[in-house]
Write a protein that binds this ligand. Structure first.
Ligand SMILES: [Fe+2]
Length: 430
């Protein structure tokens, strides 16, 4: 393995300046430097290897980085979970081939995007039948969430539905490696897995320390085959996660060291990929933003725009990241007007205002109003329709759903049912 260059410096929240944020990202695609380990916050146990071409070294990286855990014992049986197998993803067979070097591999295609309890159960049963001692997930957020859940439950007897209802009593006994192929969800470094309950009309989630993968291998070059609509929505998910994590009540100095650079990299990365979808540097920037945002929300969780997105995805079929971004700008302006009377953060309104100023600067804008315009403008230039395209005009049908998600407590400014209804009404009329 080539010598790794030093990790990038990530500034603390209080020392956040424009110049700090432009870490030396362009060296990441210089393959001569090889893959290197990204720094992670103390609350994330996952080892993260980043760099263009890293997926080609998957078997060697797993042996090297998980050597301690393996204690000289190679995997015997590996379940490989992938997205749809297609010639448009030439790297897919290379990565699957690398998994075969690790042990007897069973390859399963993730049954569907936006996984349901039933679709995840299918993959869980494959893991149990194969008696997998390792699960390798190679795909987008849905593939990663499905594989994470299967790995967590494989060693026990509980079904996916049972786990969602009653939790998971045991630790994970099956090794777990995540190789994201889209830049957005950050699932390769989080302890949650989303399951969409379409019959119940609810987004549900498992939250368990065993859902943190042991190893994440992030290769920006894998994201280049994602179609425009996919990378755009995924990039907006990364941007939303980065922004929401930065203002979250649960944010800390440590999480802000990841979330604030992610805000800038996600917005700049989306601009750059829009300008040239084949630009490896742009893709690298977006991939880095996605991992950093994931590392941030692993500790902070998300807030109102994510809560709004769930019914927009379930009821209107809007892809996750796009659905988050539809109210991100409006909630930014709402939060920027926080006062002592309606601040939810125990550190006070000035602290929250400070976070909003840092987000505004990270977006390279002078005011929250301009920050909002940059976000809305990004959505428009990415060719994604505004909220009004999805009716009904007042969004009254989703308010109850949104309020029922617990993310409101994590928003820095108190968001009431009435305020949310007004915000959605205004957004639908724009
Ligand atoms: Fe998200």
């Amino acid at each position: 393995m080539p010598t790794a260059p030093g990790p990038p410096r990530i500034p603390a929240a209080h020392e956040f300046h424009d110049t700090d944020i432009d870490i030396d990202i362009d060296t990441d695609i210089d393959r001569a430097h090889g893959p290197y380990d990204l720094p992670v916050p103390a609350y994330v146990p996952t080892r993260v290897v980043f760099g263009g071409g890293t997926a080609g070294d998957l078997a060697a990286l797993v042996r090297e980085r998980l050597g301690e855990r393996l204690r000289g014992r190679p995997f015997r049986r590996v379940l490989v979970v992938v997205g749809r197998r297609t010639a448009a993803k030439p790297w897919q067979e290379t990565a699957i081939g690398a998994c075969r070097e690790l042990g007897a591999a069973l390859v399963v295609e993730n049954p569907r995007a936006n996984p349901t309890p039933e679709s995840v159960q299918t993959v869980l049963e494959a893991a149990r039948r194969h008696r997998a001692d390792a699960v390798v997930a190679i795909g987008g957020g849905s593939v990663l969430d499905t594989a994470k859940t299967a790995a967590l439950l494989a060693g026990g007897g509980r079904s996916v539905e049972g786990a969602l209802r009653e939790g998971v009593p045991q630790a994970r006994t099956t090794a777990l490696v995540a190789v994201p192929t889209t830049a957005g969800s950050g699932a390769e470094v989080t302890r949650t897995a989303t399951v969409w309950d379409e019959r119940g009309g609810r987004k549900r989630a498992l939250d368990h320390a065993g859902l943190f993968p042991d190893l994440a291998v992030v290769d920006p070059l894998l994201t280049m085959s994602a179609p425009g609509a996919v990378w755009a929505s995924c990039g907006l998910d990364a941007l939303s996660q980065a922004v929401e994590s930065s203002w979250a009540v649960a944010a800390t100095d440590e999480s802000a060291r990841f979330s604030l650079p992610a805000v800038r990299m996600a917005a700049d990365g989306l601009d750059a990929v829009l300008a040239d979808p084949d630009d490896e540097r742009a893709r690298t920037r977006l991939s880095r933003a996605s991992v950093l945002a994931g590392l941030a929300i692993a500790g902070t969780r998300t807030t109102v725009p994510h809560a709004v997105s769930y019914p927009l995805t379930l009821r209107r079929g809007i892809p996750h990241g796009h659905a988050c971004a539809l109210t991100l700008g409006a909630v930014l302006r709402f939060n920027a007007a926080v006062t002592a009377a309606d601040c939810r953060d125990p550190r006070g309104a000035e602290h929250s205002k400070d976070a909003l100023r840092a987000i505004t600067r990270a977006l390279r804008t002078p005011t929250p109003a301009a920050a909002r315009r940059r976000i809305d403008d990004l959505v428009r230039r990415l060719g994604l329709p505004p909220l009004r395209a999805y009716g009904p005009a007042d969004c009254a049908d989703i308010v109850d759903d949104v309020v029922s998600y617990s993310r409101f407590d994590n928003n820095p400014r108190h968001m009431t049912r009435t305020r949310l209804a007004a915000l959605l009404r205004a957004e639908s009329a724009r």
